[in-house]
Design a protein around this ligand. Structure first.
Ligand SMILES: Cc1cc2nc3c(=O)[nH]c(=O)nc-3n(C[C@H](O)[C@H](O)[C@H](O)COP(=O)(O)OP(=O)(O)OC[C@H]3O[C@@H](n4cnc5c(N)ncnc54)[C@H](O)[C@@H]3O)c2cc1C
Length: 500
């Protein structure tokens, strides 16, 4: 026996089997574990996460002011009332997730520092074999499972995306990405340039503006912002009336969903009207004479990229107070002491924050094989944006862009549990989405149509993601108003899910 064979044999001796294996202990993975435990108390399951704790996005991101962008009545689960303001800090979200874990005994199932590196499906054995590396000890572990529930999010947690700029190496100040924010970074009295104008920049700028000498948001092109009250007035009213938290949660969910429905429909039906409304809203918050058209009138249609919410208009307040400003230009090069812009202007900076987004991770950077053939997700077609042709016994949670992610996570959990129940009833041990004869030659398009939604991290990497077709169930609908009735009613025996 070679050394490799010996170590593989040692791994095999300790193989543990679970009915369901969940990858990722962020808001999706914790939600999946909750629904599975509720609906199938008898099923064995584990949740693996590469990080040292649970919470995913809210564990990773530690820059000043980290908060939700959408309201917590819909970003929170439908089964656990949210009791705070609509917009919440990451500490509050982590506390909420901790409560879900504690109240439902999920801790015993979650294993931190467990990075899944490979997953191999065997049709003969009707199971996935999953390889795991422990982050703390380096140990290699092996598990088998009947169903793989992918809740690994969509971006690499270890580091964010930073473009290459000429001269960056010569810059003598500090360059920081929000995803890997140094805990001891002191910005007191510093000139700070934040590159980017997405939700991260908008969160960070008001949070650091008080300490820094000045913060400049440097953007290549503008973003739509919408100032919203941190606390919904309806929540204040209901709480004053001592209405039970469960009712308040449900009423506020409906109120927020109705507002998002209206905004989303308007973005498709009367986009220019919505643009005008958003711009007038921003103009009202900005100082007299501010060049709103140059800095806050995007080239794209509203909602073609995320509309960034500003709780109580906090970033506009920092601009009004002269603590923050906006520059719309491109970077020609970094100098020793700052950034030279294409217009010729030079911005001096002690610290540059690259709020330039994520690095898309396709299915957790896991090497997948099906019956020993490597899987390229770009060659697969999605079944309703949650399963994939040729991949048996696997579901993936990908949330909404325009609505809260968790609205879809809850819907997918219900779907997966319904599917598992259906398999039990049929005594099937395998389910695989399969194109019908009538789907041959179907027009295929990208995972997300760029006409619909096109932020940088998707545009850069969408070619690596599964495709969608031109008909149900091979489409990936991105709107809650389309899916909330469709997914619960979707037939499981229409011939597109093949059982064995
Ligand atoms: C700062 C910030 C604010 C946001 N605010 C909102 C908001 O207000 N509303 C909204 O809808 N969306 C928001 N988003 C988007 C947000 O990422 C999602 O809504 C949601 O948190 C995703 O949850 P998730 O559990 O699916 O994925 P994640 O939070 O990304 O968690 C995935 C987990 O899987 C683990 N994992 C990945 N690969 C592996 C592997 N191979 N092995 C083991 N573990 C693995 C990761 O370590 C991670 O813990 C925000 C994003 C950021 C960065």
């Amino acid at each position: 026996m070679t050394m490799t064979e010996k170590s593989r044999a040692a791994v095999d001796e300790r193989v543990e089997h679970v009915d369901v294996l969940i990858v990722g202990a962020g808001i999706s993975g914790i939600g999946a574990a909750y629904h599975l435990r509720e609906q199938f108390p008898g099923k064995s399951f584990v949740v693996f996460d590469a990080l040292g704790g649970h919470g995913g996005t809210w564990w990773t991101h530690r820059y000043p002011g980290v908060r939700s962008d959408s309201d917590l009545f819909t970003f929170g689960y439908r089964f656990k009332p949210w009791r705070g303001d609509s917009i919440a800090s990451s500490e509050e979200i982590l506390r909420y997730l901790d409560e879900v874990v504690d109240e439902n005994g999920l801790d015993a199932h979650i294993r931190h520092q467990h990075r899944v590196t490979a997953a191999s499906w065997s049709t003969d054995d009707r199971r996935w074999t999953v390889d795991v590396t422990r982050g703390d000890t380096g140990e290699q572990l092996r598990f088998t499972t009947g169903f793989l529930w992918m809740c690994q999010g969509y971006y690499r947690h270890a580091e964010g995306y930073t473009p290459e700029w000429p001269g960056l190496d010569s810059f003598q100040g500090q360059v920081v990405h929000p995803q890997t924010w140094p805990a001891d970074l002191d910005l007191t009295g510093k000139q700070v340039v934040v590159i980017g104008s997405g939700a991260t920049a908008a969160t960070l700028i008001p949070a650091i503006a008080a300490d820094a000498a000045h913060v400049t948001m440097l953007q290549r092109s503008p973003t739509f912002f919408l100032a919203r009250p941190r606390t919904h007035e309806l929540a204040t009213t209901l709480r004053a009336l001592d209405i039970p938290a469960e009712w308040t949660h449900e009423i506020l969910r409906r109120a927020h969903i109705a507002e998002l429905d209206a905004l989303t429909r308007m973005s498709f039906e009367t986009p220019e009207e919505l643009r005008a409304l958003l711009i007038e809203g921003m103009r009202a918050e900005l100082p007299e004479g501010f060049d709103v058209d140059r800095h806050f009138n995007p080239r794209y249609r509203p909602w073609q990229q995320r509309i960034a919410m500003l709780p109580d208009g906090d970033m506009f307040a920092a601009i009004r107070e002269g603590k923050a400003s906006v520059a719309t230009d491109t970077i020609a090069e970094f100098t020793g002491t700052g950034i030279r812009l294409t217009s010729g202007e030079v911005m001096e900076a002690d610290v540059v924050v690259t709020a330039t987004g994520f690095d898309l991770s396709v299915f957790g950077d896991i090497a997948f094989t099906v019956d020993e053939r490597p899987v390229d997700f770009a060659d697969t077609v999605t079944y309703r944006g949650l399963m994939f042709t040729g991949l048996p016994n696997l579901a993936y949670v990908f949330g909404y862009f325009r609505y809260s992610w968790t609205l879809r996570a809850d819907l997918i959990s219900d779907f997966v549990c319904r599917l598992l129940r259906h398999m039990e009833e049929k005594e099937a041990t395998m389910v695989v989405p399969t194109l019908r004869d009538s789907d041959a030659g179907m027009q295929l398009g990208p995972w997300v149509d760029p006409e619909n939604f096109n932020p940088g991290y998707l545009t850069r990497s969408v070619h690596l993601m599964p495709k969608q077709g031109d008909r149900e169930p091979w489409t990936h609908l991105h709107e809650y108003y389309e899916e909330r009735d469709l997914l619960p009613a979707a037939g499981l025996d229409d011939g597109t899910l093949v059982y064995r």
